[in-house]
Design a protein around this ligand. Structure first.
Ligand code: NI
Ligand code: MN
Length: 225
């Protein structure tokens, strides 16, 4: 699996010969360094309806023909805009050409940019023969995270929000890493705006104290898992 960081909660995962884009927020993101017109996608996964997650999803889907995968309300919203979509809901999984994709609980809110109901927010666990990872979306630390290692294959890595204010901060995220039984954590949802600026050294130290590795990827940079 090749993981590329788009900034904020946004990533591209290349796996099983497919390009899976998660929460693309480029337009309006002061730190973004990639033109949304340069993004190729076969699938676009949306954790919830907030503008800093769905921002570029519809234009990318229309240009590339990618399918949007999200909760029922967001998938329906995409469908109304003539975008291919697959609705999931919490606890449900489906096998796509890129692997199994399970929509799991998050504690957050999810109103869409046009004010319509974005359903309840979630995260995704994705697995195939190349590996397994979790993108938590925007969430508080929640006991439901303990269900992930009980119900999904062992995680190779996990993407957790660490910026505080709108989501859990890095202190709680380090506890989440224990709950999900994963040692390789990619931090996201930090530094994009003033409310979520963090001290990277302190964040890494917090994870080290729990024998976890916090990876802060550069925007536009890639890693192989
Ligand atoms: Ni949000
Ligand atoms: Mn957000």
């Amino acid at each position: 699996m090749k993981l590329t960081y788009l900034g904020h909660g946004g990533f591209i995962v290349e796996t099983m010969g497919k390009k899976v884009v998660i929460d693309p927020f480029l337009t309006g993101n002061p730190l973004a360094n990639i033109d949304p017109k340069d993004i190729e996608a076969d699938y676009i996964l949306l954790t919830h309806g907030h503008g800093d997650h769905v921002a570029d999803a519809i234009p990318i889907a229309k240009r590339t023909g990618a399918m949007i995968i999200s909760n029922y309300e967001i998938a329906t919203w995409a469908g109304k805009q003539d975008v291919k979509n697959h609705p999931l809901n919490h606890g449900g999984k489906w096998q796509f050409p890129f692997g199994w994709c399970k929509y799991v609980n998050a504690v957050h809110t999810s109103t869409l940019p046009d004010g319509s109901n974005g359903g309840d927010p979630g995260g995704f666990v994705i697995w195939n023969k190349e590996g397994c990872f979790y993108h938590a979306g925007d969430t508080a630390l929640t006991m439901d995270m303990k269900l992930i290692p009980m119900t999904c294959p062992k995680l190779d890595f996990a993407i957790l929000p660490i910026g505080d204010n709108f989501t859990m901060g890095y202190e709680d995220a380090s506890i989440a890493a224990d709950f999900i039984e994963c040692n390789q954590i990619i931090g996201c949802h930090f530094d994009t705006f003033g409310y979520i600026e963090i001290d990277s050294a302190k964040a890494k130290a917090k994870f080290e104290a729990r024998n976890k590795n916090l990876i802060l990827m550069g925007i536009g940079k890639s890693l192989e898992f």
